[in-house]
Design a protein around this ligand. Structure first.
Ligand SMILES: Nc1ncnc2c1ncn2[C@@H]1O[C@H](COP(=O)(O)OP(=O)(O)O)[C@@H](O)[C@H]1O
Ligand SMILES: [Mg+2]
Length: 372
């Protein structure tokens, strides 16, 4: 067996000819990153693996228009980095859209005030901070800023203990624009093994100094010319590459990485590989956000107030256009003689807000009266 593991040596130049405009990593690089990285998706050539140890710094910026696939990639990254690469993820979730996935990963919600001490104790896994019901945007941003500040203190205090930490912020750029902590993390994180993974739909707003601190970029479909030209200038993109980005479909992106060697890599990912959620129920509780809850958890909760057979039937009865409508679910359960207090307590435990519960119960009772 040969020292390189038996793989034939293929020159990078040959790959460049085969994949003009570098739609894929060269063979040697692809094999190397497959050994230590996590799978992102397929390209025109070999699958693309992300190896953050090979980048100049551990920070990642994900951009693209709404609906282009940013969150899909972030979810996949969160689980793969935590469960395959053995990193610790601190996820600050502003809208609760990661809750179902975090539940399934067997992780619990952390108190923002205890986030850093939890991080210190964890060897790998996810420290999950859900701010969905923590007040208005300004309040959430201020809690997130406090979390980042405490992380920085902890990071400096404990210094390099070989641990890899990634702090993930989805669509938070606008909220944390003035956060000193965010800037500090980007500047100092590398020394301590702390990376920031953040996303935004607006490239034109993100500070260029900040952008140049992120060695890895995932660019989904972008249309705004101003934003694109900023990226192009900052990262030396060619006009063909810019055109490609403007025409990307949902779930496709360009991966741009500045390697330790100084070389820049541009790869086109045809389809980001996601994490399959098994059976998630989207619950409409009347508020602005939709809850995503694992079906088994919702059934379990409903079971606390009624019999098991009724729970499955109740979820079907509550279905409205792909969502389970909470008030329709409650109407059904109350009709079956469910215990109101126990139902309320069980739903509360799922993380449904007090206002939403009050509204849904009121709507259910009103509709029951109409039917009487
Ligand atoms: N690679 C992909 N494969 C399959 N579906 C995808 C992929 N990327 C995104 N989607 C779907 O497209 C929709 C929008 O994706 P999302 O990640 O929420 O976009 P964004 O966060 O950029 O607004 C979602 O329903 C998501 O499940
Ligand atoms: Mg999103």
């Amino acid at each position: 067996m040969r020292a390189d593991g038996g793989f034939a040596k293929v020159s990078y130049a040959a790959d460049l000819i085969r994949f003009p405009d570098t739609g894929a990593q060269g063979t040697a690089r692809a094999i190397e990153s497959a050994r230590s990285g996590v799978l992102i998706g397929g390209t025109r050539g070999l699958p693309y693996f992300l190896d953050l140890n090979n980048a100049v710094n551990p920070h990642v910026f994900v951009c693209g228009i709404t609906g282009s696939g940013k969150t899909y990639l972030m979810r996949s990254l969160m689980l793969k980095l935590a469960q395959i690469a053995g990193a610790t993820i601190v996820l600050v979730d502003f809208t609760g859209e990661y809750k179902a996935l975090v539940d399934q990963a067997g992780e619990e919600r952390a108190d923002p005030k205890l986030a850093d001490s939890l991080l210190a104790k964890k060897v790998s896994g996810i420290v999950y901070i859900n701010l969905a019901d923590s007040g208005n945007q300004r309040i959430r941003a201020s809690i997130a800023d406090d979390v980042l500040t405490s992380m920085i203190e902890g990071m400096r205090m404990r210094a390099a203990n070989g641990k890899r930490v990634y702090i993930m912020l989805d669509e938070a750029w606008k909220l944390l624009e003035r956060s000193k902590a965010l800037q500090t993390l980007l500047r100092e994180g590398r020394k301590y093994g702390y990376g920031l993974i953040f996303s935004s739909q607006l490239v034109e707003d993100v500070d260029l100094a900040m952008l140049s601190n992120a060695a890895t970029l995932f660019i989904f479909r972008l249309q705004n010319r101003q934003g694109l030209s900023r990226l192009a200038a900052n990262y030396g993109l060619r006009s063909g590459q810019i055109e490609t980005i403007q025409g990307l479909g949902v779930g496709s992106c360009a991966a741009l990485q500045t390697l330790v060697s100084g070389k820049r890599e541009f790869c086109l990912i045809k389809n980001v590989h996601g994490i399959m959620l098994d059976d998630i129920v989207r619950l409409n509780a009347g508020g602005a956000t939709r809850h995503e809850i694992a079906r088994s958890k919702l059934e379990e909760a409903v079971c606390e107030a009624c019999s098991e057979g009724d729970a499955q039937e109740a979820l079907r009865a509550g279905e409205r256009n792909g969502y389970v409508d909470l008030s329709a679910l409650i109407v059904f359960l109350l009709g079956r003689g469910a215990n109101r207090r126990r139902l309320l307590a069980a739903l509360r435990k799922l993380g449904i807000g007090e206002d939403e519960l009050a509204d849904s119960f009121a709507a259910a009772v009103a509709s029951q009266r109409l039917n009487e």
